[in-house]
Write a protein of this length. Structure first.
Length: 83
């Protein structure tokens, strides 16, 4: 009986340590999400102040590309933190 209790106690302690080791900081997600939110505010301000923003096709592609990278970064950080 004591062998079973000692085994269960050891398994419980090992499980607690494993749970502590698996916790990941949410800081990467908060940084990536904050950058995405800041980018959204910046392009909104430029869009309201200048109706022709972005002024060229190349600039529009750049804005879209940077937006896609920031969205992908925020999404990947969310998955990283969750796993």
């Amino acid at each position: 009986m004591s062998v079973i209790l000692s085994t269960l106690a050891a398994a419980e302690v090992a499980g607690e340590h494993a749970a502590e080791e698996q916790h990941r900081s949410e800081a990467p997600f908060f940084v990536a999400g904050s950058l995405l939110a800041l980018w959204a505010v910046v392009i909104s301000v430029f869009g309201f102040k200048r109706p022709d923003f972005p002024s060229s096709e190349g600039a529009a592609r750049g804005v879209m590309a940077l937006s896609a990278v920031l969205v992908a970064g925020a999404m990947s950080m969310a998955v990283y933190v969750a796993l």
